[in-house]
Design a protein around this ligand. Sequence first.
Ligand SMILES: [Zn+2]
Length: 211
Amino acid sequence: MSQEPHVIVPEHVPPVALAELGEGQQQKLDTIAHHVRGILSALGLDLKDPNLAETDLRVAKMYVEMFHGLAEGAEPKVTTFPNEEQYSHMVMEKQIPFYSMCAHHLVPFYGHAHIAYIPRDRILGLSKFARILEFYAKRPQLQERLTEQVVTYLEEKLQPLGAMVVIEARHLCVEMRGVKKPGALTVTSALRGIFHQKSVREEFLDLLRHG
Ligand SMILES: [Zn+2]
């Protein structure tokens, strides 16, 4: 992997700077806050309680941040580089942490993604894996769809020989309610191209376990 040129930049996307919100965003905050007040009232809570007095706006701001992937212009600017070294082995970024919100229940699911591809003509800066993941995670989401969206993005941007994404996550909607299975991990995978070959998948798993 040492022959792969890349630029190291911080992996974490900065949170939305609320001070920079435009008028449309302010309207969105007000609308969400209004509905949060409705929910709290329907639950019989006293909105004059000091702990609840500003909960509506706090939740609204939090939603805007957690669903930032939906905002216009949120898609990361991903530049690719020519594969000048003709690197033709697997590039893997593993244990990338993420937090998302289950589209069915609007409670968090979170865990790690392992993303790999085998380049053809273009390569990707390593920090970009986390940004792509973050972009698709910051919206009401399904783990299955998140996995597919990341692998599809890699395929479209890089046209690699192949790509594979594995996501392991805990779902609070499973752990806190219903069947209540604390600690259960949901694992999803999606693959393209040469990763359909068993030997390539085995290399992926080997790098995941030991690499
Ligand atoms: Zn759920």
